[in-house]
Design a protein around this ligand. Structure first.
Ligand code: HEC
Ligand code: HEC
Ligand code: HEC
Ligand code: HEC
Ligand code: HEC
Ligand code: HEC
Ligand code: HEC
Length: 617
């Protein structure tokens, strides 16, 4: 059947679907490679069609609108939308980082069970607050939609704001007038159910749910004189609607990279590099590939993450073809299918095979080249890139340190980004748990009030006496344990003789692997020789890594994060200094041996000739 005619027949077919109980219209492709044109009716959250003649206009719901023909429940089970459910967490990914210089906090949060990440509940951050702060780069679903606690906690506010549905448009909409920064704005105003609509080119959202009283009802509005604040509302551009109240959505499966970049941009602060070079892309993209060539998914939206263990964890051999090694056919064992994005097979001439076991592919090929000092990276999720009113200073919090070569749980060295947590906690025996945000914020900001905050949004300059005073105040507040300050790899607490600091695992940095950008081969580590790493002062081992904290700390050194000794690495590196000499020595030895042999034979020959002459006599 032809897709275009499908839409006019859509109600009959829906009826058919219900009768037959089969997959939805949009989820049963007919094989045409020409994309379906989406001129469709908008549905609100109560699944009523939105009509232009109605006075009260409600925002459209993606669940009801797109869900008419696509199985919404299946879509929202996908990786982007399932944090907070009981799904396996896999390896560490980028966390959400709550950072506030006024309270000396920088804390990596996630609803997933990732090593060293803190669950927002444990920090006293409710799903409502979480969405308000991070909704700006959240594709929807997750705790914005699935959390049962809504009914109990904050139910008035949830009722006004509405749930945070999966925002299909943020990825699939290719209309250039669709403005993703509008979505970010709505979350700040608690306009959750208006968020998706606000980015479409035919809808304008104004007003703010945040300013509405608890009893506000979106259907009845405010009583006259009740409040001067503007209730949240949507205005549709009537010209965009046809006489059947249908609008056109420019949605595609072939999602352009720029849509992913809204949430996945990284910018490295590097003073040595001119602005001209700040926007280098992954070599694969440079050569015309797209994010979705590698990060694929079907309707379940369980997007391929691409790391080595994923295929085993997901019990899906197919996934092995979308890792670096799988696509470049190095690990033949894992490979099951071929696809037309297979890359060239590297020869890695002269590289001892041990390297492919001890180092991830990304070590030599991805991220920033290691330098004498680590650098800072700014990301969309971390720094709100691409939204209005952010601090654009280079060292604004959070401080994401890059690149660090770290040995992972499988004993493989890989490049990672790093965040050093800084937060206030209660210590009970060996346990340390974060203090709820509400219980420390006013105390800390009160004590630090007199400090001049720099307007770069970085740490204020403080000293240990500030920490001591704050900890004193906290212990007076309530006793859930001994108050501690976790920062820069240490914990700080008061004893009668003053402030004590000691190393503690809980203060370890949160790290997550870097895969992008893959650099061109000419910029691979090892391209300029083995001394790229096995050099006496090669940054691969000696780079200084900042140990980030508002307090003064010493730098760490790269090799600290690998299970190696700097001295051993440097001794080994010394061998590489003599390598070129070695060649010379070998040539000379061979030359000497060969000359000796020749001399020997020459001598023998003479002797032989001499003795035969004697015999003749
Ligand atoms: C009236 C039914 C209908 C509605 C409503 C609908 N779709 Fe579709 N959609 C389809 C059909 C039919 C296809 C074609 C399926 C195929 O052949 O693969 C499709 C295909 C798609 C595709 C793949 C397009 C491609 O390039 O191949 C995407 C993405 C998509 N829809 C997203 C959405 C989103 C987002 C919404 C809500 C804004 C939506 N759809 C609403 C019927 C619908
Ligand atoms: C609205 C923001 C947003 C958009 C748009 C978006 N993402 Fe994401 N992406 C996220 C967030 C947030 C996470 C972390 C999800 C989590 O852990 O719950 C994520 C996770 C991922 C991951 C897993 C990373 C890892 O840790 O292994 C990949 C891969 C990914 N996204 C690729 C894409 C691609 C490709 C696109 C474009 C088709 C895209 N994303 C569009 C926000 C977004
Ligand atoms: C985080 C980005 C993201 C969001 C949000 C998102 N999708 Fe997708 N969607 C994708 C990617 C990536 C693909 C696969 C593209 C590929 O493999 O070429 C895809 C594929 C699809 C397909 C084709 C599936 C198939 O059978 O192959 C449909 C239909 C679709 N999405 C509909 C939706 C709907 C409806 C929503 C909202 C409820 C939605 N998507 C939200 C990223 C997203
Ligand atoms: C050539 C294939 C390929 C392309 C193209 C690609 N990726 Fe990846 N990506 C991968 C692989 C493979 C990994 C996991 C690598 C590993 O750690 O072993 C990955 C990891 C990631 C991660 C988690 C690690 C990190 O560096 O943050 C994110 C997020 C991500 N990709 C997003 C994207 C986005 C967004 C795009 C497009 C702008 C994109 N990818 C393009 C293959 C690709
Ligand atoms: C989906 C398959 C796929 C995945 C996954 C993939 N690659 Fe590639 N890669 C390719 C293809 C195809 C090319 C060749 C592009 C071209 O030159 O047209 C390529 C090219 C390269 C190159 C050569 C670039 C140059 O300068 O010539 C390097 C290096 C590379 N990939 C490394 C990686 C690394 C590291 C990863 C994991 C993060 C990875 N690839 C993941 C398909 C893939
Ligand atoms: C110790 C560093 C190192 C590691 C680890 C490493 N590579 Fe390489 N790779 C290089 C260097 C240097 C080159 C360029 C010289 C060469 O081809 O030998 C290269 C070249 C390549 C090329 C380009 C091949 C071509 O002919 O265009 C690809 C693709 C590639 N590597 C992929 C990978 C993959 C996939 C892995 C992981 C299985 C990996 N590399 C691991 C250093 C490394
Ligand atoms: C990306 C950095 C890197 C590059 C480039 C590199 N190596 Fe290595 N090399 C390592 C690491 C890491 C180890 C593993 C040390 C360990 O055992 O933990 C290693 C180990 C070795 C070993 C074994 C030493 C031992 O302890 O058993 C030899 C031999 C070696 N490299 C030679 C080379 C040669 C020859 C080259 C150039 C063709 C080279 N390496 C390029 C990082 C590198």
């Amino acid at each position: 059947m032809n897709n275009r005619s499908i839409f006019t027949l859509f109600s009959c077919i829906l009826f058919g679907q219900i009768l037959l109980g089969q997959t939805k219209l949009g989820d049963s492709p007919d094989g045409s490679r020409s994309p379906a044109v989406h001129r469709i009716k908008l549905m609100d959250h109560d699944s009523s069609a939105i009509r232009m003649y109605q006075e009260l206009q409600l925002p459209f719901s993606t669940e009801m609108t797109c869900g008419t023909c696509h199985d919404y429940q299946t879509v929202r089970s996908g990786w982007h939308f399932n944090a907070g459910s009981n799904i396996e967490s896999g390896r560490n990914g980028q966390p959400w980082i709550y950072a506030n210089p006024k309270t000396l906090t920088q804390i990596p949060l996630s609803y997933r069970y990732w090593n060293s990440a803190i669950h927002p509940d444990d920090f006293g951050m409710s799903p409502f607050e979480f969405i308000k702060i991070f909704g700006r780069h959240h594709p929807g679903g997750s705790v914005g939609e699935q959390d049962e606690r809504w009914e109990k906690e904050n139910s008035f506010r949830w009722n006004i704001s509405g749930k945070v549905e999966v925002n299909c448009l943020v990825c699939h909409d290719v209309n250039s007038a669709a403005d993703r920064s509008h979505v970010a704005k709505q979350f700040k105003k608690e306009n959750f159910r208006w968020a998706s609509a606000s980015m479409s080119s035919f809808a304008d959202v104004s007003g703010s749910a945040k300013d509405m009283p608890d009893h506000y009802d979106i259907y009845y509005g405010l009583a006259p004189d009740e409040s001067k604040a503007l209730p949240p509302q949507v205005n549709y551009d009537r010209i965009a609607f046809n006489e059947k109240d249908e609008v056109f959505f420019d949605v595609t499966r072939n999602i352009p990279n720029k849509n992913c970049y809204f949430c996945h941009s990284t910018m490295v602060v590097d003073k040595e590099r001119s602005e001209f070079w700040q926007h280098g892309q992954d070599i694969h993209l440079q050569r015309g590939m797209n994010c979705v060539d590698c990060h694929r998914n079907g309707l379940d939206h369980n997007m391929i993450r691409g790391y080595d263990n994923e295929s085993a964890e997901e019990n899906s051999p197919e996934l092995a073809d979308f890792t670096c090694a799988g696509c470049h056919s190095i690990d033949e064992n894992g490979s099951t299918v071929s696809h037309n994005n297979k890359g060239p097979v590297p020869t890695h001439n002269g590289l001892p095979p041990l390297h492919l076991e001890k180092l991830s592919c990304t070590s030599c090929h991805s991220g920033e080249m290691p330098k004498d000092n680590s650098m800072l990276a700014k990301t969309s999720m971390g720094h709100g890139l691409g939204t209005h009113g952010i601090n654009k200073a280079d060292n604004t919090l959070p401080h994401i340190i890059t690149p660090v070569f770290e040995e992972n749980g499988d004993g493989i060295i890989e490049p990672v980004n790093m965040v050093w947590p800084s937060y206030w906690g209660w210590k009970n025996g060996n346990d340390i748990s974060p203090i709820n945000r509400d219980n420390y914020e006013f105390i800390v900001s009160d004590i630090l009030l007199t400090l001049a905050l720099n307007n770069e949004g970085s740490w204020p300059s403080i000293n240990e006496s500030h920490i001591k005073t704050i900890l004193d105040q906290l212990s007076g507040q309530r006793s859930e344990g001994v108050p501690v300050y976790v920062s820069g790899g240490k914990i700080y607490f008061n004893r009668t003789n003053g402030l004590i600091s000691e190393e503690n695992e809980i203060a370890n940095p949160y790290t997550w692997p870097i895969a992008h950008n893959v650099r061109p081969v000419s910029m691979a580590l090892g391209r300029n020789g083995c001394t790229d790493c096995h050099g006496v002062d090669a940054p691969f081992y000696t780079s200084l890594i900042s140990v980030d904290s508002p307090l003064k700390t010493d730098n760490a050194i790269m090799v600290d994060f690998q299970s190696q000794e700097l001295v051993a690495a440097q001794l080994f590196a010394n061998a590489f200094i003599f390598r070129p000499w070695l060649k010379g020595i070998i040539y000379m030895s061979v030359f000497s041996v060969v000359s000796l042999v020749i001399l020997f034979f020459f001598h023998k020959l003479q002797c032989w000739l001499g003795s035969s002459q004697r015999e003749e006599h």
